[in-house]
Design a protein around this ligand. Structure first.
Ligand SMILES: NC(=O)c1ccc[n+]([C@@H]2O[C@H](COP(=O)([O-])OP(=O)(O)OC[C@H]3O[C@@H](n4cnc5c(N)ncnc54)[C@H](O)[C@@H]3O)[C@@H](O)[C@H]2O)c1
Length: 299
C-alpha cells in the first residue's frame, strides 16, 4: 500500500467516535502522526469522557502507528489553542487540521430553545473557527520563518443539512452552511501561506444519525462511516495541494463536488417598489431553483 500521509502531523477533532474515528485510523495507517481530540460528551454535547479517544489512540499504537490523545473542547478559545500546541509539542509540527467535532440539538424553529441554538452554534461554528484561527497563526509564523509557503491543510465538516437545508435542523444547518462559507473565505485568506481549506459534507450512520429511522442492510453498508475516510486521507496528503475552497459530499454511495451560490438572472437596480413584482417574478422563474435535500431534486 502506498502511504499518502507519511510523517504528516494531523489533528482530528471529535475523533473518539463515528466519522472522526475512521479518519484517525486511516490517516495513521497512511503514516500520519495523529492527535486524537475528543471531549467525549453525550450526543447533545453534555459531559466529558476521555475513554473513546484513548481507545482510538490505543488502536493506532497497537497497529504500529503514532498518536496522542487530547481532551480539549474545540469550541473553547484556550482549549483550541492548547490543541494546536499539543500537536507541535508532541510531534514538532502541524500539517493538517481536520475540524470534525459536532453535536445535534434538533428541533423545529417554533419549539427551539435559545440554549439549543447557542450550543450548536458554539460547537460547530466556533469549534471550527477557533482551532483554525490558532493553526493559521502558527502556519503564518512557520511560513515566515521558512521564507516559503507550506503544504498545510484545513479540512472542515459541513453537511447537506446546511448546504441544501433540512427541516428540523435550523440551528445545525445554519452552522453547517456557515462552515461552508468559512471554508471559502479561509481558503482565500490562507492561500498565501500554502494552506488549503476544504470541507466534507458527509453521510454516515453514527450515533448522530443511526436512530433517525430504520435502515436496510444495503443502506447500512453504504452508510458505514469508513467510506468518508479515503477522501479526507487524500485531502490531507501533499497530492491535494491544487484543491482549495471546495465542499465535497462523501458517503452513502457517492463522492461529489457541491457547487456553491452563483448570481442568476440579473436586471439593473429599480427604484419603484410597485414596478418590482413582475420583474422579480420573471427573474425567479428564469433562475435555477434551490436544490432539495438530496442535492438534485429541485424544491
Ligand atoms: N453522520 C452523518 O451522517 C453526518 C452528516 C453530516 C455531517 N456530519 C458531521 O460529521 C461530524 C462527525 O459526526 P459523527 O456523525 O461522526 O458524530 P459522533 O457523535 O459519532 O462524533 C462526534 C464526536 O465529536 C465529539 N465532540 C462533540 N463536541 C465536541 C467538542 N466541543 N470538542 C471536542 N469534541 C467534541 C463527540 O464527543 C463525538 O465523539 C460532525 O461535525 C457532524 O455534524 C455527520
Amino acid at each position: 500500500m502506498s502511504k499518502l500521509c507519511e510523517g504528516r502531523v494531523v489533528i482530528v477533532t471529535g475523533a473518539g467516535r463515528g466519522i472522526g474515528r475512521e479518519y484517525a485510523l486511516m490517516l495513521a495507517a497512511h503514516g500520519a502522526k495523529v492527535v486524537v481530540n475528543d471531549l467525549g460528551g453525550a450526543l447533545d454535547g453534555v459531559g466529558a469522557d476521555a475513554t473513546p479517544a484513548q481507545q482510538v489512540v490505543n488502536g493506532i499504537r497497537a497497529a504500529g502507528g503514532e498518536a496522542v490523545v487530547d481532551g480539549n473542547d474545540v469550541s473553547d478559545w484556550n482549549g483550541a489553542k492548547a490543541l494546536i500546541g499539543k500537536a507541535v509539542e508532541s510531534f514538532g509540527r502541524l500539517d493538517v487540521l481536520v475540524n470534525n467535532a459536532g453535536i445535534l440539538r434538533d428541533r423545529m424553529i417554533t419549539n427551539m430553545e435559545e440554549a439549543e441554538w447557542d450550543a450548536v452554534m458554539k460547537v460547530h461554528l466556533k469549534g471550527t473557527f477557533a482551532p483554525t484561527r490558532h493553526a493559521a497563526a502558527y502556519w503564518r509564523e512557520e511560513s515566515k520563518r521558512l521564507g516559503a509557503p507550506l503544504d498545510a491543510r484545513v479540512i472542515n465538516t459541513s453537511s447537506v443539512s446546511g448546504i441544501y437545508g433540512n427541516i428540523g435542523q435550523a440551528n445545525y444547518g445554519s452552522a453547517k452552511a456557515g462552515i461552508a462559507t468559512f471554508t471559502i473565505i479561509a481558503s482565500r485568506e490562507l492561500r498565501r501561506y500554502g494552506v488549503t481549506v476544504n470541507a466534507i459534507a458527509p453521510v454516515a450512520n453514527t450515533r448522530l444519525t443511526e436512530n433517525l429511522r430504520e435502515y436496510t442492510e444495503e443502506e447500512k453498508r453504504r452508510r458505514d462511516p469508513r467510506w468518508i475516510a479515503p477522501v479526507v486521507t487524500w485531502l490531507a496528503s501533499a497530492e491535494s495541494s491544487g484543491v482549495s475552497g471546495r465542499v465535497i459530499e462523501s458517503g452513502n454511495g457517492i463522492m461529489a463536488v457541491a457547487e456553491g451560490w452563483h448570481r442568476g438572472p440579473t436586471v439593473d437596480q429599480m427604484e419603484d417598489p410597485a414596478a418590482i413584482g413582475p420583474v422579480l417574478i420573471d427573474l425567479i422563474e428564469r433562475a435555477r431553483k434551490n436544490a432539495g435535500i438530496n442535492g438534485a431534486d429541485l424544491d
